[in-house]
Design a binder for this molecule. Structure first.
Ligand SMILES: Cc1ncc(COP(=O)(O)O)c(C=O)c1O
Length: 400
């Protein structure tokens, strides 16, 4: 049976059209864009086109606002470290408890090694940001605010445009990790106060190992990687030409399909989610019901271990995740779900199903067929579930 892939927030399949666009740049057009001969010139032209394609997806005012990086993690690191250098006299960072480790690991390191004060803003039960705490944390000492556009585990969207306005009012720079949002939601950076934005090719059907940092015109930037004059001196090193061409092609496809795919994928996701919630008892939907990426469903099965559900789903030919790819395999509950204060009964039982434009109604049917039976079987073997049934039975008996 054809495997069903529902782990698109971890990574997506590179679109065949993207691969096709990249291929000539490994062999036929192998030149270095810095070279002045014909081999290099052709590459230079192709890179310019790719930059325009990404600019269009982001709604950036200028194509030189884009700096290519090796992915989302590098873009996040470059943004934070640059802001600390350029924002003289300011030594505080405001971010959230639910960021990706690409942000959280770095800010913890900066706190420890450089004495930077980090304000971690919390979220509520539905993953919504504590806006009062955010407003209170901002001050003339804030160098940078970094708040993700969309959460990788729950898909919850943060109101980044408004948050950026508030940051601007205190003179802080505003960065957003939009790795999960780019290609899935409409973005028009020229109409926002967002100063910097990170993205990653492999989350939007582009290749792995390529990403970008958008830096608004006029915002000072200090390179993370110093070297040659590539990227206008803002990121040294010979360009990953096939990767950049692939990212451009992926951006172009995302823009072409976004409207139509967003509606179709959301309808599939909603049917999947509702189907699970109706068929399986003691399930919790994690994340902001309305304000969410159209492709992400995060559901916790009480009294179960998400890893066991995942393992059984894998055996049924369905690939999904229990949380972020970087932390799966560890038995620790996700930091995002912990920050959301999930009940202890559900904390270990989360399953993330993330769709893409490649999924079909048949994929949804396959999960809806397999999952309820898996949960019933695992619960029948779960001491916690059986103890709960006993406890509920006792409660009903005493009530009667
Ligand atoms: C929200 C978020 N930020 C950053 C990253 C890291 O991106 P990359 O894999 O390109 O380094 C990821 C990838 O999982 C992500 O989901």
């Amino acid at each position: 049976m054809r495997p069903v892939y529902l782990d698109n927030n971890a990574t997506t399949r590179t679109d065949p059209a993207v691969v096709e666009a990249m291929l000539p740049f490994f062999s036929e057009h192998f030149g270095n864009a810095s070279s002045t001969h014909a081999f290099g010139e052709h590459v230079g032209e192709a890179l310019k086109k790719a930059r325009k394609q990404l600019q269009a997806l982001l709604g950036a005012a200028f194509d030189h606002e884009i700096i290519y990086t090796s992915g989302g993690t590098e873009a996040d690191n470059a943004a934070i470290l640059s802001a600390l250098e350029t924002q003289e006299g300011r030594d505080e960072i405001v971010t959230t408890t639910v960021e990706h480790p690409a942000i959280l690991t770095l800010v913890a390191h900066l706190e420890k090694t450089r004495g930077i004060k980090v304000h971690l803003i919390g979220v509520d039960r539905h993953g919504r940001l504590d806006l009062d705490a955010y407003a209170k944390a901002l001050s003339p000492k804030t160098a940078l605010v970094s708040v993700m556009w969309a959460n990788n585990e729950t898909g919850t969207l943060f109101p980044v445009a408004e948050l950026a306005e508030q940051a601007k009012a205190v003179g802080a720079l505003f960065h957003t990790d939009a790795v999960q949002a780019v290609g899935k939601v409409a973005i028009d950076l020229k109409s926002t106060a967002i100063d910097m934005l990170s993205l990653s090719g492999h989350k939007l059907h582009g290749p792995k190992g390529i990403g970008a940092l958008y830096v608004k015109k006029g915002v000072k930037f200090r390179p993370l990687i110093r070297g040659g004059h590539q990227e206008r001196g803002r990121r040294g090193g010979t360009e990953n030409v096939p990767g950049i061409i692939g990212l451009g092609a992926a951006a172009d496809l995302a823009l072409q399909h976004m409207e139509e795919e967003r509606t179709r994928v959301k309808a599939l996701r909603d049917r999947l989610e509702q189907g699970i919630l109706q068929r399986v008892s003691n399930t919790l939907l994690n994340g902001d019901g309305d304000n969410r990426l159209p492709n992400t469903a995060n559901i916790a099965f009480e009294y179960l271990d998400g890893e066991a559900v995942l393992h059984n789903l894998n055996k049924a030919g369905v690939a999904a995740s229990t949380g972020s790819a970087c932390t799966s395999g560890s038995t620790e509950p996700s930091h995002v779900l912990r920050a959301m204060n999930l009940p202890a009964t559900a904390l270990h039982g989360a399953l993330r199903l993330s769709l893409s434009r490649e999924n079909t109604g048949e994929d949804v049917d396959r999960v809806l067929e397999a999952l309820p039976e898996i949960v019933t079987r695992l619960r029948a073997m779960s001491p916690a579930w059986l103890a709960r049934e006993g406890a509920d039975g006792a409660a009903v008996a005493s009530h009667v």
